[in-house]
Design a protein around this ligand. Structure first.
Ligand code: DGL
Length: 276
């Protein structure tokens, strides 16, 4: 049974790449909602509706477990999807923030005890405007860890520069956004790159941040967390290493852009089910 990986577009391929490396024996169906990307500047109601439509398409493709690789979709929609929209006896939907929070706090998500002192004191979050506006990351973190200061920086323009492959512009934007954040929090203990696209400019973030700041690599952390989840939920595991790439956009155009994120060309198809 394939595992669905949903993203607003092609950025989620950074997460898929880590999943393929960590779990080569699983089958995956990737769906990029390129027809409606980017999500990062959309209002929450729209992100929620688009995310639900994307998850439904992946269910229709036979996936019973779906990973929201898109931080914006996770931040805006996951809680609502899990608590009100989904029938968890049939299907499961997981996001990308929970693994990061488990990693930062060293606390298991199933541990529902009150927030504790985890040794974590300051965190910088770099993300899209919609992710920052949702407040989801500090809210979920504060359920687990006490006395942590989170400073979030909405990195306006960065997704666009990365998608265009405009690396000088992307590097300049990273430097400007890190400088803006450091005016409020000069030396964060940890920094989270909370957007699918930012691993492509991770080196620029590393250069702009102080050496003492630990950078969290979201794709690797998510892949490790999924491997652990599959060990505990065997009914979602098992495949033969097959991967399919779906897009709501033009498959040929998306396939060309995707090579930058995946490191190799991928043959995208249109999903068969449901009109958008
Ligand atoms: N996938 C989105 C995220 O991780 C970035 C691209 C977009 O804005 O749609 O937040």
């Amino acid at each position: 049974m394939p595992i669905g990986v949903f993203d607003s577009g092609i950025g989620g391929l950074t997460v898929l790449g880590a999943l393929l490396a960590r779990l080569p024996e699983e089958d995956f169906v990737y769906l990029g909602d390129n027809a409606h990307a980017p999500y990062g500047s959309k209002p929450p109601e729209e992100v929620f509706a688009l995310t639900c439509a994307g998850v439904r398409r992946l269910f229709d493709e036979g996936c019973r477990l779906v990973i929201l690789a898109c931080n914006t979709a996770s931040a805006v929609s996951l809680r609502e999807i899990q608590q009100r929209w989904l029938d968890p006896t049939d299907h499961r939907v997981l996001g990308v923030f929970v693994p990061v929070i488990e990693h930062l706090t060293q606390r298991d998500w199933g541990d529902q005890s009150p927030p504790t002192h985890t040794g974590l004191s300051t965190v910088a979050l770099f993300a899209t405007p919609a992710t920052v506006a949702s407040g989801a990351f500090p809210r979920e973190l504060h359920f687990r860890a006490r006395d942590v200061r989170v400073e979030a920086q909405a990195c306006t323009g960065l997704v666009d520069a990365i998608e265009r492959g405009d690396w000088p512009r992307a590097e300049a934007l990273v430097a400007a956004h890190v400088t803006a954040l450091r005016e409020r929090l000069p030396v964060p203990q940890a920094a989270v790159l909370g957007c699918t696209h930012y691993p492509l400019v991770e080196a620029a973030f590393r250069r702009a941040l102080p050496d003492a700041t630990a950078l969290v690599s979201q794709p690797q952390v998510v892949a490790e967390s999924l491997a652990d989840y599959l060990r505990r939920h065997r009914r979602f595991a098992g495949g033969s290493g097959r991967v399919r790439y779906l897009t709501t956009g033009d498959p040929a155009t998306v396939g060309v852009c995707a090579a930058r994120f995946l490191g190799a060309a991928a043959a995208f198809e249109s999903p068969l089910s449901r009109a958008s």
